[in-house]
Ligand binder design. Structure first.
Ligand SMILES: [Fe+2]
Length: 309
């Protein structure tokens, strides 16, 4: 499974956000807007250097709520995560960067949304992620060349591009070189999806899925213990991270189908990771065939996140 997701042309607010940034920052001779003074020069030697501000201090409430609700809707559909921590706005000009680090325990997924203009006024400014295979390198027979491009994934800050990634993976931002002009620097909104909760769309009530959740708990417990409630052979679980399922429930209470959403499951070897994913899907299939919810006037959709610490 990929360590990150990229959506180009995300949402409908990029132009509005960008226009507002330019309105505030365009005229350096007329620094009257209070938003201009919201920037913090965040410099932690050897770690972080860039300008940042809580996005809510810079953009209007209406604009931020519009962006936030689009991001939440996307997160719920793709990741099973529909809540977001307070959003940051960061600006990178000459010399700005983020050195290698991991964010723990901020949330199961980090996001970066670029408002950087299309001009090629600087070098660098990519979001960089260590490729997951490097993190389990000793399980491989090292083959071929081993150089930066092979071990680091670099993602350019293309305008309106959304990146979501597992923040446990070492990541950073390559140093920006070539401009000191805020209007052409790297500009991003960023933050974290917070630990997800079960979400129901439709008339099913939380208490009506309680029994299902109890059964799921039992199955997961057996999965983690390396045995199975139904006595079929199960291998010892070795992954940590987040996974999520979406269940479509008919009005009759029967589960019509389920799908797996993006996950951040990581095991010591890729083989263990693949095996764990399969085992998890098997558990869910078993439950889906067995469980019946109460009859309701119409169908429901359940987004079901699972966390393996
Ligand atoms: Fe980070």
């Amino acid at each position: 499974m990929a360590s990150h997701l990229i959506v180009d042309g995300f949402g409908s607010k990029a132009m509005l956000l960008r226009r507002r940034f330019e309105e505030v920052m365009a005229d350096p001779e007329a620094p009257r807007s209070p938003e201009r003074f919201s920037w913090d020069w965040w410099h932690v030697p050897g770690r972080y250097t860039h300008l940042r501000t809580p996005a809510a201090r810079f953009f209007s409430k209406e604009l931020m709520e519009g962006f936030r609700s689009e991001l939440q809707a996307w997160g719920r559909i793709e990741l099973g995560c529909g809540e977001i921590s307070p959003i940051w706005l960061s600006l990178y000009v000459e010399g700005c960067e983020q050195n290698w680090h991991a964010d723990h325990p901020h949330g199961p997924w980090a996001f970066v949304y670029s408002l950087t203009p299309k001009s090629n006024a600087f070098r660098g400014g990519e979001t960089q992620l260590l490729r997951p295979e490097v993190l389990s390198r000793w399980s491989f027979t090292a083959q071929g060349e081993f150089h930066a491009d092979a071990i680091i994934e670099k993602i350019a800050p293309k305008f309106s591009r959304l990146i979501a990634f597992d923040p446990r993976i070492p990541h950073g931002v390559t140093r920006v070189e070539g401009t000191r002009d805020p209007l052409v620097g790297r500009l991003v909104l960023h933050g974290w999806f917070t630990p997800p909760q079960i979400h129901i769309d439709g008339p099913l009530k939380p208490q009506q899925i309680r029994d299902f959740l109890k059964q799921l708990d039992v199955e997961i417990f057996h999965l983690l213990q390396g045995d199975s409630a139904s006595n079929s052979k199960v291998r010892i679980w070795s992954s940590s991270g987040h996974a999520a399922f979406r269940l479509r429930v008919l009005a009759s209470g029967k589960i019509q189908s389920f799908e797996t959403l993006a996950d951040s499951l990581r095991a010591p070897t890729p083989e263990q990771e693949v095996r764990d994913r399969k085992q998890l899907v098997t558990v869910m299939k078993k439950l889906v065939n067995r469980v019946r919810f109460p009859t309701r006037p119409r169908g429901s959709t359940i987004t079901l996140p699972l966390s393996f610490e």
